[in-house]
Design a protein around this ligand. Structure first.
Ligand code: ZN
Length: 364
């Protein structure tokens, strides 16, 4: 189904740092000098799960070409204007996330967040962004959150779903405490620092395996958050799973809740059925829609999820998941589409309250 859906908010738009040289003006003299003298400024820093020529990386008609706009103008022409969006949340997945040098990683994140604010947020009032942090050192990550949190256009903290260790572990809790303290959502995006293989059994051969198996990493993520008691410790935390797919959620809700009944003495802090906790705290982005085209099947999946608040609209721009402006699945009710596109994003990212609200009349 086509946008526009007046007032929709796109929760997953990707920004790409052109090169390291772009970031040097945002770095300290020390790090700028280090990167240049060590030739690190010539490294691409692309996370390899997105091969540059793949449609998953950039949709064909959104690819750079002679006569096409670039940068912000391209984002406006491809997504913001035709969709009549009231807001879009930008995420910058960058190889800095995978650096072993914690100080260098933190400096990159700081530079990227400053670049995002100046080159994107300052130039279009519809744009919002997540704060990129280097999670391997949570103390430095919290410093960066505190540095950026005063800017209300930052609405989330961004982490890749696969890092050094399960994200539910207490070592990461200072990041979640900072999220809760500042009203920032936790945006966990498909991706890896490649410390560990993307399959539970070891390293696969192909990128397609890596991409298809990302959804299992989100299952690992949520199970870890449940078992470690993250949502009990931080009751205000919203976890938004980005580019995760969502059709696995019905069986996941059933399996986690059934298993909990048999082993709940091990995790007594889980005082409710896990499905209830997930429905309260976890949100998933819409694209890529990993469902058949038959609207009956998709409606059945929503019926089984039994939570119309759970899915938030995303285009996943510039990745290619749909043709033209058909970013919304066919066959869903107007009421549900309105929730997915407008109401749910605003609830999942409370800082979106500063985005101008759409006219309240029916616009679907
Ligand atoms: Zn994405």
């Amino acid at each position: 189904m086509k946008l526009p859906l007046e007032g929709a908010i796109d929760c997953d738009v990707h920004l790409s740092v052109p090169n390291v040289a772009t970031l040097l003006p945002y770095m300290s003299d020390y790090w700028s000098d280090q990167l240049v003298t060590r030739y690190i400024d010539r490294v691409g820093f692309n996370l390899t799960s997105y091969p540059p020529r793949s449609p998953l990386t950039v949709r064909d008609d959104w690819r750079a070409a002679p006569g096409r706009p670039t940068g912000l103008a391209a984002l406006q022409a491809d997504v913001l204007d035709p969709g009549r969006l009231s807001g879009a949340i930008c995420h910058t997945m960058h190889g800095a996330m995978a650096l072993f040098n914690e100080d260098m990683g933190a400096e990159f994140c700081k530079a990227i967040n400053a670049w995002v604010a100046k080159e994107w947020l300052d130039r279009d009032p519809r744009l919002r962004a997540s704060i990129l942090v280097h999670a391997q050192n949570p103390a430095l990550a919290v410093e960066e959150i505190e540095r950026c949190a005063g800017d209300k256009r930052f609405v989330a903290v961004l982490l890749p779903v696969m890092g050094d260790s399960p994200l539910g572990r207490r070592i990461y809790w200072p990041i979640y405490e900072a999220c809760e303290r500042y009203g920032l959502s936790l945006a966990v995006h498909a991706g890896s620092t490649y410390r560990n293989p993307p399959t539970a059994a070891g390293w696969p051969s192909y990128q397609s395996e890596d991409y298809m198996l990302q959804s299992s990493a989100f299952e690992n993520l949520i199970v870890g958050f449940l078992a470690e008691g993250v949502f009990q410790k931080f009751p205000g935390l919203k976890l938004v799973c980005m580019e995760s797919g969502f059709t696995w959620m019905p069986t996941f809700l059933w399996r986690t809740s059934k298993t909990w009944r048999g082993v709940r003495t091990e995790v007594p802090w889980l005082d409710r059925v896990p499905a209830e906790i997930i429905r309260e705290h976890v949100r998933l982005t819409l694209q890529p829609v990993d469902a058949p085209r038959d609207p009956k099947i998709l409606n059945k999946i929503f019926e089984q999820i039994a939570c119309d608040d759970m899915i938030v609209y995303s285009s996943d721009y510039p990745h290619g998941h749909f043709d033209g402006d058909n970013g919304l699945p066919e066959g869903l009710s107007h009421e549900l589409l309105r929730k997915i596109a407008i109401d749910n994003p605003r609830a999942a990212f409370p800082r979106l309250a500063t985005v101008e609200a759409p006219d309240t009349k029916e616009t679907v």
